[in-house]
Design a binder for this molecule. Structure first.
Ligand code: ATP
Length: 397
């Protein structure tokens, strides 16, 4: 459609509300031309505030927002050349699809043939051509979502801003609409800033994902990198489901071998994790992160298996594709405020098994036949362990 594209830059942006609440702190983000960037974080982390500052719906306390080559701090929302898609699509119930999409163009007094051309092109791309004469009431949730996108796209904005546009939909429709947003936004190629609290939405939609905690940016990276190399324990716990297990451990050398002490158990460690890589953290307590998907039922055998942890099965959850196994092992959980907060959000209790015994969550193959109360040998993919500084929470590599 030949829409204008532009870079959006947040340069040391901060927000302090009138009552003194600091919602956003020194936020630096550069959303490239045509990039889809997702801002994600738990409730209250400041993501909506950040988006509203870009939109012009909230004053910017500190720093600068640039859209294209313009500083927009003092520009009213309507002059910022952006389009917003909200949670509630805010369609006009008395107008049909054509008129809903055309609404903003009529306000701007574009000539009728131009309006018809733009609406037809958007409706074609969005698969709405047959529904142009229907009112919103006669559309499915997904179709309404597309009308909202159509209305935004015909204005040919420099950037799209989306604030949890899928949160009102049921789970199934949300998955379908997520795919549609991904497809359409790539087709349109418009710079997009998308806000959500849902890590799956963030991971599946974003070219890059920015993780925010209490107003402070924790990491911004492509989804796979966030998963493979979380910068700190917060990101490690936030990205991934079930969340990463975090336990107290200590790497130490036995002769020329590297081992990991987890409570009473000692695990042999092979490259790529080496004593040199552990560096100054050798022989010191660290937080060891193990993703549930890097734990397997040892009795089923597994290529990369180099270490085994013995545990007792507390609970199994059949997902069909996987078997989620909750285990107790004699090692201590890492329980920081972040871990507690994230665990609460995920509905798990990291303290459930007491101080020196830990609940580990594993994602086993559905072929596993483990039962509650049984002792089970769990193969740990030690090549995929994560290690964090216990005081700072930062990844040590
Ligand atoms: P959610 O996902 O729950 O919407 P969020 O990440 O979008 O959360 P914000 O709505 O941006 O978070 O809020 C960030 C912080 O700023 C919160 O602590 C919130 O209570 C606070 N806040 C928001 N609006 C105001 C306001 N008008 N005055 C004072 N504090 C506010």
């Amino acid at each position: 459609m030949g829409v204008a594209v532009a870079e959006v830059v947040l340069d040391a942006v901060g927000k302090v509300y009138a009552d003194g609440t600091r919602a956003v702190d020194d936020l630096n983000l550069r959303i490239a031309d045509g990039e889809f960037l997702v801002l994600v974080g738990p409730s209250g982390c400041g993501k909506t505030t950040a988006l509203w500052m870009v939109a012009g719906l909230e004053d910017i306390s500190e720093g600068e927002v640039r859209i294209g080559d313009r500083v927009v701090n003092d520009l009213p929302a309507r002059d910022r050349d952006i389009a917003m898609v909200f949670q509630s699509y805010a369609l006009y119930p008395h107008l049909d699809v054509f008129d809903n999409i055309a609404f903003g163009l009529r306000l701007r007094r574009l000539p009728s043939p131009e309006i018809e051309h733009r609406v037809a092109a958007a409706a074609g791309t969005l698969g709405l051509r047959e529904h142009l004469r229907r009112r919103p009431r006669a559309l499915s949730g997904g179709q309404r979502q597309r009308v909202a996108m159509g209305r935004a796209i015909v204005r040919r904005p420099s950037a799209f801003l989306m604030d949890e546009p899928l949160s009102n939909l049921d789970a199934k429709l949300r998955v379908r609409m997520r795919a549609e947003i991904a497809r359409n936004s790539r087709r349109f190629g418009v710079t997009t800033l998308y806000v959500t609290h849902d890590q799956t939405e963030a991971m599946t939609l974003g070219d890059r994902v920015a993780v925010l905690k209490r107003g402070v940016l924790q990491q911004v990276a492509p989804p796979q990198e966030l998963y493979d190399r979380p910068a700190n324990m917060f990101v490690a716990g936030f990205i991934g489901s079930p969340p990463m297990n975090l336990v107290h451990g200590r790497f130490t050398e036995r002769g020329t071998d590297l081992v990991l002490e987890l409570g009473e158990q000692t695990l042999p460690i092979l490259p790529p994790i080496t004593a040199a890589r552990i560096g100054p953290y050798l022989d010191r307590p660290v937080a060891v992160g193990i993703r549930p998907e890097d734990l397997a039922d040892a009795s089923l055998g597994r290529g990369r298996q180099v270490a085994v942890v013995r545990g007792t099965v507390d609970l199994t959850e059949v997902l069909g594709s996987d078997l989620i196994v909750h285990l107790t092992v004699p090692a201590r959980s890492v329980v920081t405020d972040d871990v507690l907060e994230l665990a609460r959000d995920a509905g798990v209790d990291p303290l459930a098994t007491g101080d020196d015994r830990t609940g580990l969550v594993a994602r086993f193959s559905p072929r596993s036949r483990v039962g509650v109360g049984e002792t089970v040998d769990v193969a740990v993919d030690t090549g995929r362990l994560h290690v964090f500084d216990l005081d700072t929470g930062l990844s040590i590599w």
